[in-house]
Design a protein around this ligand. Structure first.
Ligand code: NDP
Length: 245
């Protein structure tokens, strides 16, 4: 399936469920041709079929952000079929911490597993797709962060998240924020915009206690994916608000 003439092409990682799946739905609803990426091809196909049955222009693609061969194959497939990429949403993420353990007690395996997906996965996927993003007239990169990654909020006793320490997860999202700033700086003289988003506390498999439904949880990613040229780059946003780093 190739994109219809002039439609933007977007790729959303970790889109088989949760916020990623809904982000695909909303972007496709705006006329974007969306590649729904999942580490398990069968699951991605099943999710894409569901959205196709709603009349949306969605295509499944296999992409495990922790596997360089999978990332390279996905980038080659997008190049072959579309020749460019307008929007990359780095949405795939994991929360592996043992909530009973303090930062000093969390196992190194947990830190590694978390960073593999949440940090190295974002860097590797972005590096692989950057040549295709540079071929689009004004590409957008959206990195799923979290207010839990805000060092300012973590360090502020007055912040509602001050006592909410999920060690490896929070620090992985701090790294995503720092990466966002670095990449935005690298691309500041181009038309590409890079932003980190906090989707809110969203009810998904990752967060059973979320207070937002996915329809609202996907809104910030979609807004930053469709940002016009007046929008920010190198920002950290939630809905219309800018968050502290
Ligand atoms: P879910 O746990 O519901 O979904 C996570 C998605 O990531 C799944 O599709 C999963 O695929 C995919 N995934 C995990 N590992 C990989 C991998 N190696 N390669 C490709 N895909 C992978 O999470 P949410 O929808 O809640 O979260 C989406 C993003 O938003 C994450 O980055 C999360 O950290 C962030 N976020 C979420 C918040 C919330 O309240 N829910 C708050 C702040 C940030 P599979 O189905 O194969 O397991």
């Amino acid at each position: 399936m190739s994109a219809q003439n002039n439609s933007k092409v977007a790729l959303v990682t970790g889109a088989t469920r949760g916020i990623g799946f809904e982000t695909v739905r909303q972007l496709a609803g705006q006329g974007v041709h969306v590649l729904l990426a999942g580490r398990d091809r069968a699951k991605a196909v099943e999710a894409a079929l569901k959205l196709q049955s709603e009349g949306l222009q969605v295509e499944a693609i296999a992409l495990d952000v922790t596997r360089p061969d999978s990332i390279a194959a996905a980038a080659q497939e997008v190049e072959r079929k579309h020749g460019k990429l307008d929007i990359l949403v780095n949405n795939a993420g994991v929360l592996r911490d043992d909530m009973q353990r303090k930062p000093s007690e969390q196992s190194l395996d947990t830190w590694r597993e978390t960073f593999d997906t949440n940090v190295f996965g974002v860097v590797a996927t972005t590096q692989a797709f950057l040549p295709l993003l540079k071929r689009a007239p004004a590409a957008r990169i959206v990195n799923l962060s979290s207010i839990l990654g805000s060092i300012a909020a973590n360090a502020d006793p007055a912040s509602p998240i001050y006592d909410f320490k999920i060690p490896a997860y929070n620090v992985s999202k701090s790294a995503v924020n720092a990466w966002t700033v670095q990449l935005a700086h690298e691309l500041k003289d181009t038309a590409i915009k890079v932003n980190a988003v906090h989707p809110g506390s969203v009810k998904t498999d990752m967060n059973a206690h979320g207070d937002l439904e996915v329809a609202d949880g996907a809104r910030t990613s979609v807004r930053m994916a469709l940002l016009d040229e007046r929008g920010p780059s190198g920002g950290f946003v939630h809905f219309e608000d800018t968050l502290p780093w």
